[in-house]
Design a protein around this ligand. Structure first.
Ligand code: FAD
Length: 329
């Protein structure tokens, strides 16, 4: 059994000081990290409990009309906050599509951003080959069951997907992740926060060693009237997405003025379907138009042996999510 030391950080300064030591990790709700530790997938030497840092909590209005959600806000509190429900229903829906009520009561926004892939071969240390768990060892998934794996943006080193529902909505909403660390504060545009695997699949994000997520900032609401988070999964609840779609529209009568489309379950990071967004601009919600736009999202798809179905599924889910966001389904 590994010895683990535990520290409770009273403030951000103490958390950063503790994190400067090798082998140290922050712990929020613990719903992901503790599972990974129990399975021997992650082996921190020191856990720094950040859940008592008041400065990381709370939901506040920003001067520009946006919203700041503290890194420690629990997923259930964020989902049910009046401002999130009314101004960012896409995000509220995405939170509520994730995990179970009990897990959402524990899980924090910062922890959700940092949750690790659900690739079977990453979780199971009985498979020595996992470039994400053990860099340079290979990828057991490539020869394994690839039903849940990536169809976009994968590499020869890793075909894992990002499992976060919340992050798909945040990608569509162009959120910003605010962090602090030894080099000071940074604001990371959401598209730059999660990474594609490339030849460094052990790195899920661009967060640097020792940096602490302090909040997620949302721009002023633009999509409160027409938004849908559609999650397709094997069970109706308590299951990760095979494919999910965050669809947000600005409508001018029956014409799409602006569209934001992001996909979950298809890549190592939440996947913004920018070609689809462009194809939708100025168009109606006509089914043929939506099908054409949806096809653009997967034109570069490279399915694995067991998941070619995701290519079709993604297109149909995009069409349905847009129709539901637009109020025609
Ligand atoms: C059975 C089960 C089903 C689930 N189903 C879903 C689902 O359908 N959809 C979904 O989206 N998620 C699902 N989840 C995952 C769940 O959303 C995550 O476990 C949760 O969001 C993690 O948050 P946490 O606060 O518990 O993180 P922790 O476990 O505390 O931490 C996770 C990681 O984040 C890091 N971290 C935490 N806070 C910070 C911070 N402020 N700054 C920097 N690093 C930080 C930790 O060091 C750790 O590496 C499921 C989990 C379980 C166990």
């Amino acid at each position: 059994m590994d010895a683990i030391s535990y520290q409770r950080a009273p403030d951000i300064g103490a958390a950063l000081a503790a994190a400067s030591q090798p082998g140290t990790m922050f712990i929020g709700g613990g719903t992901n990290l503790l599972d990974l530790m129990k399975g021997g997938v992650m082996r921190p030497v020191t856990l720094v409990d950040i859940t008592h840092i008041d400065a990381l909590n709370g939901i506040t209005a920003l001067p520009d009309g946006g919203l700041r959600i503290g890194a420690l806000v629990r997923n259930s509190d964020a989902a049910n906050h009046a401002w999130v429900r009314e101004r960012y229903p896409l995000l509220s829906q995405a939170f509520l599509a994730g995990a179970s009520a009990q897990l959402r009561n524990m899980a924090t926004v910062g922890g959700n951003l940092m949750q690790r892939t659900r690739c079977y071969y990453f979780y199971d240390t009985g498979f020595p080959q996992c470039n994400k768990r053990n860099p340079g060892s290979g990828c057991a998934a490539l020869q394994g069951n690839t039903r849940i794996h990536a169809i976009l943006g994968a590499s020869a080193q890793c075909i894992a997907t990002n499992p976060s529902d919340m992050s798909v909505a945040l990608a569509a909403l162009d959120a910003v992740v605010r962090v602090t660390g030894p080099q000071g504060d940074r604001a990371i545009p959401f598209a730059e926060f999660h990474r594609l695997p490339g030849d460094r699949p052990e790195l899920d994000t661009t967060l640097k060693q020792g940096e602490l997520i302090t909040s997620v900032d949302l721009p002023p609401p633009m999509f409160a009237d027409h938004a849908k988070y559609l999650k397709v999964r094997d069970r109706a609840s308590y299951a990760f997405a095979l494919v999910s779609v965050a669809a947000a529209l600005q409508m001018d009568g029956r014409t799409i003025k602006q569209a934001r489309i992001a996909l979950g379950g298809v890549a190592h990071k939440p996947w913004r379907a920018t070609a689809t967004e462009q194809a939708l601009t100025g168009q109606s919600l006509d089914t043929n138009t939506l099908q054409h736009a949806a096809a653009l999202a997967v034109r570069d798809a490279k399915p694995q042996r067991d998941n070619a179905f995701k290519v079709q599924l993604a297109q149909r889910a995009i069409v349905r999510a847009i129709q539901q966001a637009g109020g025609v389904a």
